[in-house]
Each structure stands twice: as C-alpha cells, then as structure tokens.
Design a protein. Structure first.
Lengths: 416, 306
C-alpha cells in the first residue's frame, strides 16, 4: 500500500465528492443554489492541494509538470469563469451553431465540474504513484470499474423503474379482464392470451426445424462446404432485422394466410430458428465422442445412438435454447405489427373449446403496449402502460431466468 | 438372440429408417438457406417496381423524402441512420467494452456469478419496453434539461440504442477476451508487465478479431433495431441542418418502414418504396453479418475452439 499524504488525500476526497455530486446534478437537474458555492470552494482547495502535493512529493521528475498542466489550466479556467461572474445563474448558450438546443447554467456548470473532477482524480492518482506504470494501471482499472458500475446502475435502474411503476397497477382484474375504452381501463387478458398462443405457435414451428438442423450439421454432415454455407446462412438469418421479417411476412405469408395468428406464429418461428440452431449445436458439441463410440460399439445404429445417447445428454443445452427462443419470440413487435395482430378486446376464438382459430388476428402484449404508447398524450393510459410493460418483462425475463437456471444446474451436475 | 439381428429384413428396415431420418434432418438443415433465399426473393420482387419507377440512383441518393407528395429519396434516411449508428456505437463501446474487460479480467468469482446472468437477462428486455422508457424518461429529460423543441431527436435514439446494445457487445467481447489462451497472459506477466500492460498489449490485440466481430454484429443490430427508435427519433425524414445537429428530429431506415407501412395502400408506389428501403437495409446488415462471421472463423483457426 502506498503512503498517502494529507494534502493529496484532501484533493482526492474533494475531487471524488465533485465527481459524484456533478453526476447526480447532471442526472436529476436540481437547483444549484446551495451546491454551486460548495463546488467553487472545493475546486479551489483541491487545485491548490494538488499543486502543493506535486511540489512536495520527492519522487516525481519535474518534467512531468506538463502532464499536470492540462488539468490545472482547466480548473483555473473554470474558477475564473465563476469568480469573474461570466458564468452566472441566468447564463444560457442559445442554439449554438444553429443546433436545436440551449445549454443552461446548471447544465454547463455541472458539466465543467464533472470534467474538472475527472482530470483532478487522474492527476492526484498519478502524483500518488509518482507517474509510474503502476499508477496508470490503478487509473485504468478505476475507470473500468466505474463504467461497470455505471452500466449496472443504468440497467438496474431500468428494471427498478418498471417494477416500481408497474407493480401498483397489477391486480387480478388487470390480468384477467379485457381492456375497455381504448386501454384506459380494464385489463390486458386478451393481450396475454394472444401472446401465449403466438409464442406457442412459434415454438411449434422453430423447435423441430432448429433442433433437426443442428443435429444434421453436427452429427451427419460430412460435406464441409455445405456446412459452411448453412452456417453462413444461419448467421445472416440471425442478423436480419425483425422489421425485414415483417416485410417478408407481409409480402408472402399474409397473401396466403391473411392477417392471422398463424402468420405471426410462422414468422416468429422463422426468427427463432438461428437462436435454436446455435444453442443446440453448442449443446451437441459438449457431448463427448466417447459416448457415441461406446453406443456404436454396442451395435446401435447412428440414429439409435443419437436418439438414445446424444440427445438425452445434450437435452439441457437444447432446452436452454428453446427457452431463450420463447423469450425472444415474446419480445418481438416489428414483425407482427402488420401481419398478425389487432388491438382487439375480444378473446381468441376457440374451436371445440381448446383449439384456437389460427386464421384470425389476436391481440399481443407488445402490440398492446405500442398502442398505449401512441395514446399516451391523448388519453390517460400511462398507468396501464406501466402495468403492461411489467407483465411483458416479467414474462420475458422470467423465461430467460429459467433458461439460465436450467443451464447452470446441468453445467454443475454433468461432468464427463 | 443374436440371430434375429442378422435377418435381412430387419437390416433393410433399419437401413430405410436411417436414410429417411437423415433426409428429414437434411431438409431442416437447408431450411435456413431456403428461408434466406425466400426473404431475398420477396424483397427484391416487391421493391423492383420502386427502383423501376423512381430510378435506382434517385431513390438511393435523392435528397428529399416526402411521402405525401410521392417524392422518395433515401439520402435523409442514410444520413440519419449513419449519425445514430455512430453515436450509439460510441456510447455502447464506451460503457460495454470496459464492462467486458471487467468481467473477463478483473471480476472475482462472486461478482461474476451475479453480473453475468444479470447482463444476459438484460439482453432479453424487449425493444418496445426500451422504447416506452425512452418516451417517458429520456425524451422528457432531454426536453427539460437541454431546452429542446421536442426531446424526440437523433440524440435520444442514439442514447437509447447505445444503452440497449450494451449487453450484446459485452457478452461477445467477453467471450473473445476469454478465448485468449492464458499462456499468452502468463508469458507477458512473467516478463514483468503489470496487469493493465498485459491487457493492453497482449489480450486485446489477440482478441481483436473477436472484438471486431462483436462491433460489426452490434452495428448490424443497431441499424436493424426498430421499435425503440421508432418511438423516440421523431420520424421526420430530413437531413439535419447543420449536418451535425443531433438535436434535430430524424428518421432511420427502420423507423420509416415501421412508421409508414401501417398506413400505405397495398400495391401503391409508397408500399413498394418501403420494401426498397427494407431491401437496402437487408443488404447492409447481411454484409455486416458475413464479415463478422469470417472474423469469428479466423479466431477459431487462430486459437482453436471458441
């Protein structure tokens, strides 16, 4: 551990405080009345402390001063701007360079303090480690950790916001009743049921095709060229934007089946094929060859080996792929918005009570949410939109979590 | 009873079963090629009329997109998509790449056990939910704090997409960093380099083709992402003036298709033009996917296994 001097510790602490508070002010945009003088004092003291510790630290070559100069000049410039009154509370940069934006006092000051604090932390840590390679390592790792924290804060914030806003809307009525008055009241039952049928249909289409393709590619195919072509086709198919799938369905499937549950299921199934092929292939790869050889040596045919030995061993991986496919299919909007759904409040029609009529359009959670977003300004639907979003991500993340649990469970259990 | 296995009829039956199953599996394997060809066929077929009527060059590089007047030129879409993609990629790499380094090199087993599944989970959040949050939170934040005319802007789209694709970039980059054999790193550390110097000069260069593949796949994803962009970008197809005005409203390939396809008459010129936009998008994304695939094949050759 490096011994740290009091002056340096002061400047590091002040810079850290400025960093955290300026980020908070940039995000929450509060009134800067109280914090601005604190920032000014902190910046002044921290800058002085940095300079003092640079001169008193014995182990730093003097030619490193030019590295210090950047941060120092920036801090001085900020201090000058504030103390000369150039940057006052009503200050605003109106439409700079003709851009459609105005930068106000609070935004500029928070931004400047933010930059100054980053430069300051950099200088302070460099002085602490005497501008050595170790100092650079500490700095970079600090930056990496910070951006990891930032990413988690963003992503965690997203989940928290949805759960926090949506949880109050969820009730038994919300889940089991159709919507009324364009989604302003009532629930989302038709959307939930429609989503479930569509995803089920998508899995019926994609699971056999995807798993079959993976088995062929990994167990049968000896033609390397064909393998390569199929692999490229799969990766291209994996990258095709969902809206293009929507266009394809509109030009092809809708002309045959009409705007219907069937069209939606087929197109979502096609979107899912690459996911299932790729995960199933990984699963088959992890089955050791000795198992296959053992089975073959006992006189089993190739298909018997695959059916009785390979597929059961690869089942957890294949299952993971299928569950991930469910999650993916339930989150797609663009491919089905003109080809399979309507904003309907009538439940899915059943034939004999248990087979859905696949030739009629249904409602769907994603599409329901899209419509509520479109109505946001005009009608009071925000609460129901949060509720729908919560149900949707609960469905998607729940299935994803299931996939992760299944995978981790078997990864621990199976060791060849 | 070993003799019954040798019955010629039994063997024939097995033979037939084996062959027919192989045939079925073969067809499901070439199904993806078939689907790919079908998609290309239908997009070319439906966009043909647009290219024929408007003209190839005017449609691709025309500077005005004005659907009410039946004037179609994709230049605004190209410019806006390009700006959004570059900005989003910048945000995406700035946050996602350090996160990948953290996961692959720095994180302890316990924080990794929490972080990795969390990131995988977040990759599954549907884009419509991101769009909803973008409308409610991001757009109103920009509108208030930057005093913009409307928060729906190119910038909003770029920020939203940048955040949305962090999990994808992180997952693939982390795999690439992890695929670098530990002998490389140990050699570097043994020579006296510290951990950062090792990451900077050994691990990242060795993983560069994987990182390239990740970035290319992410570009493809960002260009192709629809719902989130549709809701926050404003959907006004014009080249921003001045060109760096990211606070202006814009429209991308995907947002134009998703925003306008619902209202066009089937078979009209507008309908075919939207297919042409989709076709251009498909070509761009397919090229990116193929290059990314080649880059990944190169890693497999270099280190064996991925």
């Amino acid at each position: 551990m490096v011994k740290i001097r009091l002056t340096l510790a002061t400047s590091l602490a002040l810079y850290s405080f400025m960093f955290v508070s300026s980020v908070a002010c940039l995000v929450f945009q509060p009134d800067l009345g109280i914090i601005a003088p604190v920032w000014e004092a902190a910046l002044l003291i921290a800058t002085l402390a940095t300079v003092i510790s640079f001169w008193t630290a014995g182990n730093i070559p003097r030619n490193k001063a030019r590295l210090l100069a950047v941060g120092l000049l920036f801090s001085i410039a900020v201090l000058l701007l504030v103390f000369t009154g150039t940057l006052y509370p009503e200050f605003v940069i109106k439409r700079p360079l003709g851009m459609g934006v105005s930068l106000g006092y609070s935004f500029i000051l928070s931004g400047l303090i933010f930059v100054a604090s980053i430069l300051g932390i950099k200088d302070a840590i460099n002085i602490l480690y005497g501008y050595s390679a170790k100092g650079r390592e500490v700095l970079v790792f600090l930056a990496i950790r910070l951006s990891a924290v930032l990413a988690l804060l963003i992503l965690g914030g997203i989940l928290f916001t949805i759960v926090y806003k949506g949880i109050w809307v969820i009730s038994w009525e919300f889940l089991t009743e159709p919507h009324r008055r364009l989604g302003q009241s009532g629930g989302i039952s038709t959307a939930i049921v429609g989503s479930l049928w569509m995803v089920l249909g998508a899995m019926v289409v994609s699971a056999p095709l995807g798993i079959g393709a993976a088995i062929y590619l990994h167990e049968y195919s000896r033609n390397i060229k064909l393998n390569r072509i199929i692999t490229i086709a799969v990766s291209v198919l994996n990258g095709v934007p969902s809206v293009v799938f929507g266009l394809f369905a509109l030009a092809f499937l809708v002309t045959i089946f009409g705007v219907s549950l069937l069209t939606g299921s087929i197109i979502l199934g096609l979107i899912n094929i690459p996911t299932i092929i790729l995960t199933s292939q990984e699963a088959l790869k992890s089955v050791p060859n000795s198992l296959r050889e053992g089975s073959m040596a006992l006189g089993a045919t190739k298909w018997q080996t695959i059916k009785k030995v390979v597929i059961p061993s690869a089942m957890p991986g294949i299952l993971t792929g299928i569950i991930m496919g469910v999650a993916k299919a339930s989150g797609e909007t663009a491919p089905i918005m003109w080809t399979a759904v309507t904003f309907t409040a009538t439940p899915v029609q059943m034939i004999y009570g248990f087979i859905p009529n696949v030739f009629q359009p249904v409602n769907n959670l994603d599409y329901h949410l899209l419509n509520l977003i479109y109505f946001l300004g005009a009608w009071d639907v925000e609460a129901n939109a949060w509720g729908t979003a919560l149900v949707l991500i609960a469905l998607v993340l729940g299935t994803n979590m299931l996939a992760i649990i299944v995978r981790n469970h078997y990864r621990k259990k199976i060791s060849w | 009873m070993p003799w019954c296995m040798d019955l010629p009829g039994m063997r024939l039956l097995h033979e037939i079963e084996e062959r027919s199953i192989e045939a079925v599996l073969f067809f499901s394997a070439i199904a993806s090629i078939f689907v790919m060809l079908l998609i290309f066929y239908f997009l070319i077929h439906e966009s043909f009329r647009a290219f024929a009527e408007v003209g190839f060059i005017p449609l691709l590089f025309g500077e005005k997109w004005h659907s009410a007047g039946d004037i179609y030129g994709m230049m605004p879409l190209i410019v806006d998509s390009l700006i959004i993609t570059i900005l989003a990629l910048f945000i995406n790499i700035l946050i996602g790449f350090p996160l990948a380094i953290y996961l692959a090199e720095l994180a302890g087993p316990r924080s990794k056990a929490i972080l990795k599944p969390a990131i995988e989970l977040l990759a599954g959040v549907p884009s419509i939910v991101y769009g909803f949050l973008g409308v409610i939170i991001l757009v109103s934040y920009l509108q208030d704090s930057l005093d913009m005319l409307t928060g729906r802007s190119i910038l909003a789209g770029a920020i939203l997409l940048g955040i949305m694709f962090i999990p994808y970039l992180t997952t693939i980059c982390e795999d690439a960093l992890r695929a670098v054999p530990s002998e490389f790193k140990e050699g570097s550390l043994a020579l006296g380099a510290n951990r950062w110097q090792t990451i900077r000069h050994v691990t990242i260069p060795a993983a560069s083709s994987g990182i390239t593949a990740a970035v290319l796949l992410n570009i493809g994803g960002i260009i192709g992402e629809t719902m989130a962009v549709l809701l926050v970008v404003g959907n006004v197809a014009r080249v921003p003036s001045p060109i760096f005005d990211i606070f202006d409203q814009g429209a991308t390939f995907t947002s134009v298709i998703a925003g306008e396809m619902g209202e066009v008459a089937r078979g009209s010129l507008h309908y075919h033009v939207l297919f042409a936009v989709g076709f251009v998008l498909l070509i761009v994304v397919s090229i990116l996917s193929i290059i990314a695939d080649l880059a990944r094949a190169r890693i497999r050759k270099k280190f064996g296994g991925y």
